[in-house]
Design a protein around this ligand. Sequence first.
Ligand code: NQM
Length: 344
Amino acid sequence: MTGLRCMLMRGGTSKGAYFLADDLPADPAARDDLLLRVMGSPDPRQIDGLGGAHPLTSKVAVVARSTDPEADVDYLFLQVAVESPEVADQQNCGNLLAGVGPFAVERGLVPAADGRTSVRIRMLNTGEPAVATFPTPGGAVSYDGSTEISGVPGTAAAVVIEFPGSASPLLPTGHARDKVAGAEVTCVDNGMPVVLIRAADLGVTGYESPAELEADQALAARLHEIRFAAAELMGLGDVSRTSVPKLTLIAPARDGGAVCTRTFIPVRCHTAIGVLGAASVAAGLLIPGNIGEDLHVRGERIRIEHPTGFLDLEIALDEGPYAARTAVVRTARKIFDGTVFPRP
Ligand code: NQM
């Protein structure tokens, strides 16, 4: 049986298999078939593969030396579905992104400085750049540190991720507020297409647990309708086989943050919130006329509350509106490095 080189890493609040592009088939269909067998999909338990039976733990990062002189490495994110034989490249992942710089150093794609290393990353899913900075004492990646992020036990080394300004408009529909499938929404994309909906408009508080929300069949049906209608307005086409747009229910903050969120990605409810998902939520709430205007979200540092704590972002918008800059602090950790043997 042939195995392939793979590193399993936690990136932020997600976990995934990291590969060098050269270690995978170049043909996307052959690559996806292999990755389904690596992760153990389709199967609700992913019992025969590396996947953790949830979209947040069924993720893949493919990394290569970049051909772009402005970047050190290229990062392609692939969402491997758990219960269906699908691998989607339509969304990016800011959580797995946290592991990309360390992985690139570990695999020798980028030399590490003695102290801290910054890796310029071209995110192939969106074409947008990011810069990740993390500790490399003595020229080797250190995962140990004192940074705590909500949703992850213990502490680890900080990975600071900067997203410079983007030329893509934040409002894919051209409006700060739209009515879709009878619901008032704000459709926003600051690296992740997200539909903001007031939780109260859907008959929930927005403070329920992910399990409670996932058990609500009427809510699931409403979210399904809203997602398909919003996707059309956002120009995303047929989203029946993709994991975008995400749907974020918003409610007034309860723990000193700017807003309380529950995010559907798009069927399962996130146990925290995605990084780029949060960047889109923060951007949306800063745009005049958005559906959460009465929350009065302001300032350059925004705390997004989620089911297991909060995520802090720094964000600045330009006229347009465009994102001028977004930054977050994450952590990542190498869990295992070795050879994975895909199901035949
Ligand atoms: O939005 C989950 C995650 C994500 C994506 C999802 C992410 C992001 O938490 O940048 O990180 O929204 O499917 O890993």
